[in-house]
Design a protein around this ligand. Structure first.
Ligand SMILES: NC(=O)C1=CN([C@@H]2O[C@H](COP(=O)(O)OP(=O)(O)OC[C@H]3O[C@@H](n4cnc5c(N)ncnc54)[C@H](OP(=O)(O)O)[C@@H]3O)[C@@H](O)[C@H]2O)C=CC1
Ligand SMILES: O=C(O)C(=O)[C@@H](O)[C@H](O)C(=O)CO
Length: 274
């Protein structure tokens, strides 16, 4: 099956689930993108810093799926913040991908200490106006960073890609996203094996699905777009097969209150990404 879509605040749409690609490199990386598209994924997430844009672009071009039907996302790295540097970085990403446009371009981290994310955002608005980027968004932005972007440019990001998994449910930020019609994308959606805990295993047994499927279904019912990474064709298919069962409100709530915090302490206020 092909994944359903969510509506963005810029009038475009985004598939409801995507393939994360961090660590997918070389021929195996290309093959993983091709197998995901064959399975029905229509959203692929990369970044200049993953050093696999070439593999992602090659996978998209090698797949029999029409390029126009695939939402390719990439991200601006910290060392390229600033107006002109962002425009140059985008050219580099486009050349790596071997594509003539990108569907979604994100600022990877806000880097508040560098204080150039508003300049980068203005460059991204320019790229969208030029048509080489279809939708623009951010990643790892807090409510305060979002407020500043909108206050200074009047342009609301279509997406904020954030750490979101059962250990870190981010309720306050999700409420801010809802208020501004910003679609939440969830990174590390499987929460590093959190699905193997007792509660989620029990819920999985109730629905005759796997713990990973329960966790991904939880994201969907929160209104978020999870981007699970898998190099394995079978697990890619498993992760996409989450549209034929529904969690109860009580199950969603129980998973949301598991808690315990961030996976690797990457606080957007202080995280220094190069
Ligand atoms: N914006 C940002 O700052 C960040 C963005 N990201 C993005 O989010 C994506 C996803 O996050 P990531 O950190 O990769 O973590 P995920 O939550 O996607 O987990 C990936 C791990 O889970 C395994 N896995 C996948 N599916 C299953 C399954 N059904 N059952 C058991 N194990 C499974 C994978 O192994 P295997 O491959 O062997 O299946 C891999 O080890 C990244 O790839 C990247 O695109 C990630 C971190 C930060
Ligand atoms: O997006 C990812 O997968 C990351 O790990 C990023 O957080 C990024 O590559 C980074 O911050 C490295 O320090």
């Amino acid at each position: 099956m092909t994944s359903p879509t969510r509506r963005l605040n810029d009038g475009r749409t985004l598939p409801a689930i995507g393939l994360g690609t961090y660590g997918l490199r070389g021929d195996d990386g290309v093959a993983a993108v091709v197998s995901a598209l064959a399975a029905g994924y229509r959203l692929v997430d990369t970044a200049l810093n993953y050093e696999n844009e070439r593999e992602v672009g090659e996978g998209v071009r090698a797949s029999p799926v029409d390029r126009a039907d695939v939402a390719v996302t990439t991200k601006l790295p910290g060392r390229h913040h600033g107006f002109d540097a962002t425009l140059r970085s985008f050219e580099e990403s486009l050349a790596n991908l071997g594509l003539d446009y990108v569907d979604l371009y994100l600022i990877h981290w806000p880097l508040p200490a560098v204080d150039k994310y508003v300049d980068s955002w203005r460059a991204m608005i320019r790229l969208r106006e030029e048509g080489v980027v279809r939708s623009i968004g951010v990643s790892n932005f807090t409510a305060a960073h979002l407020k500043r972007l909108v206050g200074e440019t009047g342009v609301i990001p279509a997406v904020n890609q954030i750490e979101l998994h059962p250990r870190f449910a981010q309720r306050e930020l999700l409420a801010v996203h809802e208020k501004h019609s910003i679609v939440t994308e969830s990174w590390s959606p499987l929460g590093s094996g959190v699905g193997r805990g007792t509660l989620i295993t029990a819920i999985a047994e109730t629905h005759a699905v796997t713990p990973s499927q329960v966790v991904l279904r939880w994201h969907l019912q929160l209104g978020a777009v999870p981007i699970p990474k898998s190099a394995d064709e079978q697990r890619q298919r498993e992760n996409l097969d989450v549209f034929r069962f529904e969690l109860s409100d009580a199950e969603v709530e129980a998973i949301s209150t598991l808690g315990s915090g961030r996976l690797w302490d990457a606080d957007p206020e202080t995280h220094e990404e190069f």
